[in-house]
Design a protein around this ligand. Structure first.
Ligand code: ADP
Ligand code: MG
Ligand code: MG
Length: 211
């Protein structure tokens, strides 16, 4: 099986829905260790993406959908998450430019490029208590699943499972990047909001294949 434009569009739609449903949870997480706006930021961004989705032409390829998400998030989401996620979708789009049907290798390229884009912008490493704590294990799991002969669905599924664990693993950490880093020891015991939104977005990517 391959990931198509229909998949990319469904992923974006479910992402917008899931982010809207979790808007208040994400705000709550960000209230504990940040400024309480992560859900609001993400919901504003994906709401704007939904408004522009009809601009995607009927013969579009997945990279065009990803580019639309990138430019919309960059222009509508303030704060740290807008440029970080915007760069992720932009680099993901570039990695699969023009490809109509994404095979296992392209699926891994998409995820790897997204993660690399976030690192390029934010310079976070595993353990800094950021969204990268979800992305790094997700990409590692995706690479491993591809090497084991996995399909794009297997790869997305492995990535989402690893992101779930990565998001949970941020809870005991002290933050070394972003607003939460000002809190020192007080950040312990709270899940990073960006790692949580990453987990939700990667789970949505699987769920639209499975249904
Ligand atoms: P802001 O902190 O500007 O209010 P958001 O609340 O929307 O922005 O996003 C906060 C999230 O951004 C954090 O939970 C963290 O996951 C992520 N983040 C912050 N700085 C970095 C960074 N340098 N690298 C990766 N992710 C980061
Ligand atoms: Mg915030
Ligand atoms: Mg803010």
């Amino acid at each position: 099986m391959y990931l198509t434009t229909a998949w990319a569009l469904a992923w974006v739609r479910l992402s917008a829905q899931v982010i809207a449903e979790h808007r208040s949870d994400l705000n709550t997480l960000d209230r504990e260790i940040g400024d309480g706006d992560h859900g609001e930021n993400m919901d504003r961004g994906f709401g704007a993406v939904m408004g522009r989705l009809s601009d995607v032409s009927d013969d579009a390829v997945p990279s065009e959908v990803l580019k639309l998400v990138a430019s919309t998030l960059i222009s509508t989401v303030g704060g740290a998450a807008g440029p970080l996620y915007g760069t992720a979708y932009l680099k993901a789009a570039i990695a699969v430019t023009g490809v109509a049907e994404l095979d296992a290798a392209a699926t891994v390229s998409l995820l790897t490029a997204a993660r690399d884009g976030i690192v390029l912008r934010g310079k976070a490493v595993t353990g800094d208590k950021t969204m990268i704590d979800a992305w790094n294990p997700a990409v590692d799991a995706a690479v491993a699943r591809q090497a084991a002969g996995g399909t794009p669905l297997d790869i997305l599924s492995a990535a989402a499972d690893a992101a779930d664990q990565g998001a949970i693993a941020t809870e005991p950490l002290v933050a070394r990047k972003g607003r939460a880093s000002y809190l020192g020891e007080r950040a312990r015991g709270h899940r990073d909001p960006g790692a949580e939104s990453t987990r939700l977005l990667l789970r949505a990517a699987v769920d639209v294949v499975a249904v």
